[in-house]
Design a binder for this molecule. Structure first.
Ligand code: AHR
Length: 542
């Protein structure tokens, strides 16, 4: 992570009009999928419904929420006395939006913030007012602490991924925090938790042992971190009675932050030790952070850019695949049974701060380009689902590649949000291999695959297909060859926009929203026509 300067800081339509519009949209969409294929580039796509691979864990759709800018304060927390509708201080509009995308887990409180967070500041009636030196040097009121976080994830139906402070905290402090959160026994810490309003133990599903310990988390060498990891893994225990045999807390070690010798050495050190680990320490995951940034400091605009920047960013984001392969090869060497998950717990686009915003708050817009970027990454994760079993996009609200942007009482859902919504059928579905010749899209000396696709079988047996058309100028004609089943029709949603940098704003929140699409097989063939720069998710009806 680069140095971040710490400083400054629809009108409702009558119902009949809406219905007419919906019917019109459906008719248009059917036409879009089945007719006038003459100008589209053709791609043959084959999938065998009788074959299935690894489960695409729902945790690949996890979120990251750090005490950073307006990610927590204003984004989630407005306080019980706010005029913004809330439940115990947590925004109702944000909760409803996040419930709708079935957020599986939320990583909190950081990020770099986690390695300077002292949990006692965030409990009880009197909260310490501290500073947030990583992110603008602003005041941290600590009004959102452990209980508020647990209330929030409970409201949205997610699980807790808590990152403990290895950088500036102690083992004792972290062990106490876990006892405070999880014990059911009448200890002093349990009584304190009960006095603070929660006598029952909380569930901590995932534990992050430090964050970027090679950088903002303490600038540690791999060997030094390994020693810390062993001790924290042993002493920081989860006492929740329901998590002792089933549903055990998964411990996630700090892993690499890029490609090349520095990062392969890091992973090698941790995984080699893991191979010979004793009863007294263990890990279930190794984290990896990888932002789409092209170069540091982040200088690409998040809005008001053209096709060249579109292509450059997408090229950069596709590097996620080789990074995963590089790391997986090391992990395979020491852990061929793939017991340790590769956890991509920070990923997404990191652009230049929006003009006029506090640069320490990492405020950026979210465009159609980000929707394509999200789909490409989710597809990469799905293809590596046997090793990559968790991922957390950075970050959930108002920071970096956000799902949601708020401004006081206003809220808007981003194109990335809609991709996560469209991908819901892939949560916990079984990966089905798809083969296709992607072809190429070329612009300004940059060559990219023209299309990308994944398929999966859901628990109810339904077959789902996602196809991304990266080409911003040409539609793509997809001929689906299905073996092991027959498809009579397909229906779902597509997301596209007028421009690569189209965004949803408070004034125009429906600029980039999914619209329904469907098609029927003709002569035994299912053909889809995808709009330029689009993400499409369809169920194949047999
Ligand atoms: O997401 C912003 C920051 O990026 C996180 O705090 C840190 O872990 C990473 O460098």
């Amino acid at each position: 992570m680069p140095f971040i300067p710490s400083a400054h800081l629809v009108a409702r339509k009558p119902r009949f009009r809406a219905t007419q519009f919906a019917v019109f949209t459906i008719i248009l969409s059917v036409i879009f999928l089945s007719a006038s294929l003459a100008t589209a580039q053709k791609v043959e796509l084959s999938l065998d419904a009788s074959k299935s691979g690894a489960k695409i864990s729902r945790n690949l759709f996890g979120q990251f929420a750090e005490h950073l800018g307006h990610g927590i304060y204003d984004g989630i927390w407005v306080g019980p006395d706010s005029t913004i509708p809330n439940t115990r201080g947590i925004r109702n509009d944000v909760v409803a939006a996040l419930r709708a995308i079935k957020v599986p887990d939320v990583r909190w409180p950081g990020g770099c913030f986690a390695d300077e967070y002292h949990w006692r500041n965030g409990i009880g009636p009197q909260r310490a007012v501290t500073l947030n030196p990583n992110w603008g040097g602003v005041i941290e009121p600590n009004t959102f602490g452990t209980h508020e976080f647990m209330d929030f994830i409970n409201q949205i139906g997610a699980e807790a991924y808590v990152s403990i402070n290895v950088g500036s905290g102690t083992r004792h402090e972290a062990a106490d925090w876990l006892e405070y959160m999880t014990t059911a026994q009448p200890t002093t810490l349990q009584k304190e938790r009960a006095a603070n309003g929660h006598s029952a133990p909380y569930k901590v599903a995932f534990l992050g042992i430090g964050n970027e310990s090679w950088d903002c988390g303490g600038n540690m060498t791999p060997d030094y971190y390994l020693d810390q990891l062993k001790a924290y893994s042993h002493f920081v225990r989860n006492y929740n009675p329901t998590q002792q045999t089933n549903d055990q807390m998964l411990k996630i070690a700090v892993g690499p932050g890029g490609s090349g010798p520095r990062w392969t050495e890091w992973t090698d050190t941790i995984m080699k030790a893991y191979q010979n680990h004793t009863w007294s320490w263990d890990i279930d995951g190794l984290s990896m952070h990888n932002y789409t940034v092209v170069k540091w400091p982040p200088s690409f605009k998040s809005v008001g850019f053209g096709e060249t920047e579109y292509a450059q960013i997408l090229k950069d984001t596709l590097g996620m695949d080789s990074l995963i392969k590089e790391q997986s090869a090391i992990m395979d060497k020491y852990d061929p049974q793939k017991k340790v998950a590769l956890v991509i717990d920070e990923w997404g686009a990191w652009y230049a701060p929006l003009p006029g915003s506090n640069p320490g708050f990492l405020v950026q817009q979210n465009s159609m380009r980000d929707a394509i970027l999200a789909a490409l990454n989710l597809n990469i994760f799905a293809r590596h689902a046997d090793r990559v079993r968790m991922a957390n996009i950075a970050q959930m609200i108002n920071v970096l590649q956000a799902m949601i942007i708020t401004d006081k009482e206003k809220m808007v859902l981003t194109p990335t949000y809609y991709v996560f919504k469209m991908y819901l059928p892939f949560q916990d579905a079984a990966f089905v291999p798809v083969t296709f010749d992607a072809g190429t899209y070329q612009h300004d000396g940059i060559t990219l695959p023209r299309v990308d696709a994944i398929a999966a079988k859901a628990a109810d047996g339904k077959l789902w297909l996602e196809v991304t058309n990266l080409d911003p100028n040409q539609s793509a004609e997809i001929e689906v060859n299905l073996s092991g089943a027959s498809a009579k029709s397909a229906s779902g949603e597509t997301l596209t926009a007028a421009k690569v940098d189209s965004v949803n704003s408070f004034d125009a929140p429906n600029t980039v929203v999914p619209k329904p699409v469907s098609t029927r097989a003709q002569g035994g063939k299912l053909t889809l026509k995808l709009e330029p720069k689009s993400v499409t998710v369809l169920s194949l009806e047999q």
